[in-house]
Design a binder for this molecule. Structure first.
Ligand code: BJW
Ligand code: ZN
Length: 243
């Protein structure tokens, strides 16, 4: 493992452009539940009941209860050593883009810049009528919050299954992946599209691709480095002893 970490650090040191893709696993050590796996959210709740536009149209109160539960949980936790190490990495390499699937806002809280939140942000709400997006950090928003501009029903500003990602954010993510010389893929099961294909974009653009995860994923077979373990332990080691 130490050899692999050193070799990956050497690749990072040579890179002009580094892209990082993160998923729920990077926040797991902060106490945020992941989606899949034995302890994952989708073990207790069905994604189709809670994270689709159809679910929201059918029962907005149920969907808001789910998001209020997560807002409250996330309001009580903070970023961890892996989030912090990525802030440090940005300061060490010439070009750096952090692409996250997470909606928990912990990368922003840790001070990350050049951040693309491709699935949105749990702390933002969007009006279903006038489409205005506002930031609201109150942990409990009640179950039918209304827009202060037009009175329309608010929804979480997140990307649900079957919804398109913001094209501008997706384009920037694809560009950053294609032009990277190293891409780190941290704590994602790599099953949700189009996020999962960003690692393939990087690989086909000639990047060194490295995965940091507790277990192997559908991407492991094309990874140049597969580092099995906790993000909070491995990511800080990449920026230690940089020299
Ligand atoms: C650790 C760790 C530790 C734990 N250290 N590691 C092509 C093929 C097949 C399907 C599709 C396709 N294109 C589109 C689809 C459909 C769908 C999709 O991908 N479905 C698949 C599941 C089959 N995609 C979509 O619907 C997307 N939309 C779209 O493509 O629209 C097209 C369109 C175009 C034009 C018009 C209209 C439509 C949207 C996807 C949105 C995903 N949304 C969610 C919810 C966000 C809001 C919320 O949070 O409530 O995003 S679903 C959920 O999954 C969330 C996550 O961001 C996402 C990814 O999950 P992630 O981060 O990988 O978490 P886990 O739990 O799966 O994995 C955690 C990993 O961490 C594990 O591997 C652990 O081992 C590891 N780990 N502890 C290191 N300490
Ligand atoms: Zn409105």
């Amino acid at each position: 493992m130490e050899e692999k970490i050193k070799a990956l650090r050497d690749a990072l040191k040579k890179a002009d452009q580094v892209a990082v893709l993160t998923g729920a696993g990077i926040s797991a050590e902060s106490g945020v539940p992941t989606f899949r796996g034995d302890e994952g959210i989708w073990k207790s709740y069905r994604a189709t009941d809670l994270a689709t536009p159809e679910a929201f149209a059918r029962d907005p109160e149920l969907v808001w209860r789910f998001y209020n539960w997560r807002r409250e949980l996330i309001s009580k936790v903070t970023y961890n050593l892996a989030h912090k190490a990525l802030v440090e990495l940005k300061g060490l390499v010439p070009g750096f883009t952090l692409i996250t699937q997470n909606v928990d806002g912990l990368h922003l809280l840790s001070g990350s810049q050049n951040l693309l939140e491709i699935h949105g942000n749990l702390w933002k709400v969007r009006c279903t009528k006038c489409q205005k997006i506002t930031l609201d950090r109150s942990p409990d928003l009640r179950t039918s919050p209304k827009c202060k501009f037009c009175g329309g029903l608010l929804r979480p500003h997140v990307v649900w299954f079957g919804e398109a990602l913001d094209p501008a954010i997706l384009n920037k993510s694809v560009d950053a992946s294609r032009t990277s010389q190293v891409m780190l893929v941290i704590g994602t099961s790599a099953v949700v599209q189009p996020a999962a294909s960003l690692a393939l974009e990087a690989k086909s653009g000639g990047a060194v691709v490295a995965e940091i995860n507790l277990e192997s994923t559908p991407h492991s077979h094309f990874m140049d480095f597969s580092l099995l373990g906790k993000a909070g332990e491995i990511v800080p080691k990449l920026v230690e002893a940089w020299g």
